[in-house]
Ligand binder design. Structure first.
Ligand code: GTP
Ligand code: MG
Length: 197
């Protein structure tokens, strides 16, 4: 798929304020600073669509982008920010879980994982929660430009092993870098395929 048009629609503070639509929607989610906003910019070919920051916790709202007038990309605030208070974390959980469990047009979640970080408890328990709610998800390994081939393969096999402790099958996984554009076509082709089903 080629992205001809990527348009920012709205930042919502509340699930009730998200666009009312039946178009397919895909949400990018993951720990704070994992590269969600960068990935959205890479995929849409627009370097400044989603706000990127060196400071974790940049994205605070549910941001909707309309692609080719056919489907929505959603940038969500990150979780697991080390300096967030428990109240903030609880608020995030409530907000995001409400969005994820009530959004009927949500086709698939892209769960982003930093390729330099060993499997994290909050990512693994989030996947289990998605499983319980039968919300489809795929994994996106980010920032792979920071690793060489051997390092990445060791990361991937270690991550897969950890997943197989609680899952019978591995989810679809994308290997990406927002810096080099790696994985862009694969992700867009995947979305195009799911849109058609
Ligand atoms: P929050 O909105 O705070 O949750 O963060 P986010 O997940 O949206 O991350 P963001 O895209 O803002 O990126 C965080 C930092 O990682 C920025 O400094 C980016 O430049 C950097 N970054 C993101 N993707 C990549 C990548 O593929 N390669 C490299 N080298 N750096 C990246
Ligand atoms: Mg962000």
């Amino acid at each position: 798929m080629i992205v001809k048009e990527a348009e920012f629609i709205i930042s919502s503070t509340d699930v009730a304020k998200c666009p009312k639509t039946v178009l397919p929607e895909y949400a990018f989610i993951g720990r704070s600073n994992v590269g969600k906003s960068s990935m959205i910019n890479m995929i849409t070919g627009n370097g400044s669509l989603a706000k990127v920051s060196g400071k974790p916790g940049k994205t605070r709202l549910i941001n909707h982008f309309l692609i080719n007038k056919e489907w929505y990309l959603v940038d969500l605030p990150g979780y697991g920010y080390a300096h967030a208070s428990k109240t903030d974390r609880d608020k995030w959980e409530k907000f995001i879980r409400k969005y994820l469990s009530s959004r009927k047009n949500l086709y698939c979640i892209f769960l982003l994982i930093d390729s330099r970080v060993e499997p994290q408890k909050n990512d693994l328990s989030f996947m289990e929660w998605l499983g319980e709610y039968q919300i489809p998800f795929v994994l996106v390994f980010t920032k792979t430009d920071k690793l060489n081939k051997v390092e990445f393969e060791s990361f991937r096999s270690n991550y897969s092993e950890k997943l197989l402790e609680s899952w019978e099958e591995l989810p679809t996984m994308f290997v990406t870098s927002s810096q080099t554009g790696l994985g862009k076509e694969e992700i867009l082709d995947f979305i195009e395929h799911v849109n058609k089903t």
